[in-house]
Write a protein that binds this ligand. Structure first.
Ligand code: UD1
Ligand code: UDP
Length: 356
């Protein structure tokens, strides 16, 4: 039996195609949700919209410090592994749930497969970078989304026979749901017309936890919004840290986090997306929408080299200039971001467990 693990918003979108493909092939699995994200708008809506089954085990860990959250997941996931004895645990991405579940499994000698291996920002002050490196070095099977990830893993001494370049399961979800998302015409909820608005998301601690940094970002949005209406679905972390800084920008439409379909539809018809998200850099590349990423580094270089992504420093004038003159790059779609990553990935899993 396989054990699939989800915990935070991007996990649902990356893992849904894998969960559904395992089910389509009649391969037994249990689905574990750690509960790292738990608000309906950060969790339940994705199960519903992506057609995922309800979790078999819900660990309910909630929000605390990094050490406590990781420790709670470790202890609770160990108990799940002892109860169900899965043959293989499948984790995705770079959140605390990914690291903790991988660690609990390998300590019980249960092999781990990591979806979205090998990405490296080179910035160890990011919690995600630590989670990625440690998870990759525990995993038995490593699935990569871009060739640079294979190079990173090779440089770190990971045996190339364990690494499989299968493409991007987040893009499987995008391709499966884009038509449904566009049909909802979510821009109408905000009184906007297609290609006459921008979408904003920020949630990285380096951008939202320090009030001075948040004020710099807010000033940039304030300068852009008279020219381009801005829609800003606010992540709960950003809300918790904000002290009202975002709502105070005249003209910016701040809302609660959006469901996957409304968010995808909005992004697909935007002029520009301003973000610090990992996954949104990839989605905008495939959709051909200019993306301004307010970060010093990216772990997803293919989105800059081949796609529509541009990194911008935390300077009000640079952010404004990049957003009002977005680069219309001649993008190409990265290799194997074709909507069929999950079937390729499950082929590898079937070989691993001796079904092929
Ligand atoms: C986490 C991931 C980050 C990922 C992001 C995706 C880690 C270390 N970080 O960051 O890599 O990009 O998810 O969205 O794993 N909160 C709620 N309701 C929820 C969830 C969170 O109110 O359903 C609030 C709480 O105040 C919590 C804060 O958000 O303290 C942060 O949540 P947490 O899961 O610790 O980290 P994120 O910033 O969401
Ligand atoms: N997303 C969403 N609603 C929102 C904002 C984002 O459905 O209001 C989706 C987005 O399309 C992408 C994923 O959430 O698929 C990205 O998650 P997030 O930015 O939280 O995490 P990261 O990718 O930075 O780890």
């Amino acid at each position: 039996m396989f054990c699939t693990v989800v915990g935070a918003r991007p996990n649902f979108i990356k893992m849904a195609p894998v969960i559904l493909e395992l089910r389509r092939r009649g391969l037994p699995q249990i689905l574990v949700h750690t509960g790292q994200h738990y608000d309906d708008k950060m969790s339940a809506v994705f199960f519903e919209e992506l057609g995922m089954p309800n979790p078999d085990e819900l660990l309910g860990v909630g929000s605390t410090s990094h050490a406590q959250q990781t420790a709670h997941i470790l202890a609770k996931f160990e108990a799940v592994c002892l109860k169900h004895r899965p043959q293989l645990v499948i984790v995705a991405g770079d959140v605390n749930s990914t690291l903790a579940c991988a660690l609990a499994a390998v300590k019980l000698n249960i092999p781990v497969a990591h979806v979205e291996s090998g990405l490296r920002s080179g910035d160890r002050s990011m919690p995600e970078e630590i989670n990625r490196i440690l998870t990759d070095h525990m995993a038995e099977i490593l699935f990569t989304t871009e060739p640079r990830a294979n190079e990173n893993l090779q440089r770190e001494g990971i045996d190339a026979r364990r690494v499989h370049f299968v493409g991007n399961t987040m893009i499987d979800s995008l391709r499966a749901h884009l038509n449904a998302a566009l049909k909802r015409q979510p821009w109408r909820l905000f009184g906007c017309e297609p290609h006459h608005y921008g979408v904003v998301t920020f949630h990285r601690p380096s951008n939202v936890d320090d009030p001075a940094v948040a004020r710099t970002l807010a000033a940039a949005l304030g300068e852009i919004v008279p020219t381009l209406p801005l829609i800003f679905p606010i992540h709960p972390r950003t809300q918790a840290q904000s002290n009202g800084v975002w709502e105070a920008i005249p003209g910016v439409r701040t809302v609660e986090p959006l469901g996957y379909l409304d968010f995808l539809g909005l992004v697909a018809q935007a002029n520009v997306v301003i973000t610090d998200s990992g996954g949104i850099q990839e989605e905008t590349t495939v959709l051909g929408i200019p993306c301004v990423t307010v970060r010093e580094t990216t772990e997803r270089p293919v989105t800059v080299i081949q796609g529509t992504n541009r990194l911008v420093r935390l300077e009000t004038s640079e952010i404004v200039a990049a957003c009002l003159n977005p680069v219309k790059s001649t993008r190409t779609i990265p290799l194997l971001w074709d909507g069929h990553a999950a079937p390729r990935l499950v082929d590898v899993l079937e070989v691993f467990v001796g079904r092929r």
